[in-house]
Ligand binder design. Structure first.
Ligand SMILES: [Zn+2]
Length: 177
């Protein structure tokens, strides 16, 4: 998208918020015109200038790719996904560190990433995935128990796998950086 210069909402050229599109017929052809909330029709020169610029944008393959990317990113953000920080969801860490409680009964498990045996008798702490949202959205063979890991490095690998599988299953391939 390096060549596509686009303006943000702050650079609006025309504020069209008071206009709506009125259906008209030109001969047999259905058509549209701009009419404002007071009933005034837009000056044809102004309308044509808007239409020309709209055509330049919407006929451009680059703009079409930009529309798709922008809408995808917004959609993901609306689901709480932070595209700059994949270990956060709705601003909350997707994994946590937990210390074994020596007063509780013995526990042991294999690290979901490297398979190392972790146990409350020899280890002080472990990491686990706190997110259920992405994990529950995975297809069945992918949503196997991926909860506990021996280290932060391993739990991050576990999450990368969940995150990337989720994105891939939904076709959000550009979100996998
Ligand atoms: Zn591990």
């Amino acid at each position: 998208m390096s060549d596509t210069r686009y303006q943000t909402a702050n650079d609006l050229l025309w504020d069209l918020s008071r206009y709506f599109l009125m259906k008209v017929g030109v001969g047999e052809s259905p058509a549209l015109m701009f009419r404002d909330s007071h009933g005034f029709l837009m000056d044809p020169h102004q309308a044509l200038e808007i239409i020309d610029k709209l055509k330049i944008a919407y006929e451009s393959p680059e703009i079409n790719a930009f529309v798709e990317q922008e809408n995808q990113d917004l959609h993901l953000e609306s689901m709480g996904i932070d595209l700059n920080h994949r270990y956060l969801l709705n601003g909350i860490n997707v994994y946590k560190k937990k210390e074994f409680d020596p007063l509780k009964r013995k526990r042991s498990f294999s690290c979901a990433w490297c398979g190392t045996r972790v146990s409350s008798t020899k280890d002080k702490e472990y990491y686990y995935i706190t997110d259920h949202y992405l994990r529950s959205g995975l297809s069945e063979q992918k949503s196997q128990p991926w909860e506990y890991s021996c280290s932060e490095t391993c739990i991050r690998h576990v999450w990368d796998e969940i995150y990337e599988s989720w994105m891939r299953e939904r076709g959000y391939l550009t979100a996998i950086k």
